[in-house]
Design a protein around this ligand. Sequence first.
Ligand SMILES: NC(=O)c1ccc[n+]([C@@H]2O[C@H](COP(=O)([O-])OP(=O)(O)OC[C@H]3O[C@@H](n4cnc5c(N)ncnc54)[C@H](O)[C@@H]3O)[C@@H](O)[C@H]2O)c1
Length: 219
Amino acid sequence: MNQRGEAPISVIKRLPVYLRVLDNLVKRDIEVVSSKSLSKETGFTAEQIRKDLAFFGAFGTRGTGYNTNYLRERVLRIIGLDKQTNVAIVGAGHLGTAFARYNVRENPYTSVVGLFDVSPDIVGENIEGVPVYHLNDLQEIVRKERVQVGVITVPAVHAQEVVDRLVEENVKALLNFAPAKLTAPEDVRIHNVDLTIELQSLIYFAKDELNEESTQDLE
Ligand SMILES: NC(=O)c1ccc[n+]([C@@H]2O[C@H](COP(=O)([O-])OP(=O)(O)OC[C@H]3O[C@@H](n4cnc5c(N)ncnc54)[C@H](O)[C@@H]3O)[C@@H](O)[C@H]2O)c1
């Protein structure tokens, strides 16, 4: 049974947050955690947490809480992080290299096996142990390293050609940072990330609280 198929996207999106907190608790040798303390650490309500976790089976013991290790392993398995996932980042500029650095340091669950670029200024370099290859080597490395996820951090005008190359190599999951509308076959999943849109929507939601005097009308 595909457990992920049954839970709403909002629940799935909270799972990595639970994982981060559980990782921390395991590191601190905390063996049992209540939904109340998970609530304190995540900011979600205890009821929400119990409901979320119940989607995947009842893991907790009433009055005691959840076994931290067990819950962490379940969450890892539900997300699909119990097996190594190899990632390639295409575009080794500001964002691509920052993303690579951060993931090498902070994300033990995926392995960035290579960055790819076309600029002679960066090809051949090494970012936190991750080699920067020329785009021409994409096919060879994707096959050799069994890359499953592609991250797109090239200028928008080049993003579709990068998608096409990754799709040709059978990469089925793409995380796109370029502000471009990309197309791929139905069995390829593309997630778009746009921090500028996040910033703009924050301003919309906070606009009543923003100090009127410190803002100037643009028109
Ligand atoms: N989603 C967000 O929140 C967010 C934030 C910042 C930047 N961006 C976007 O991310 C992308 C990268 O931004 P940046 O600031 O790192 O730019 P950058 O110019 O620093 O880096 C882009 C890199 O892509 C390389 N490149 C160009 N064409 C390529 C190709 N066909 N194949 C491989 N590499 C190629 C360039 O040589 C360069 O190293 C842009 O599309 C930008 O708009 C998105």
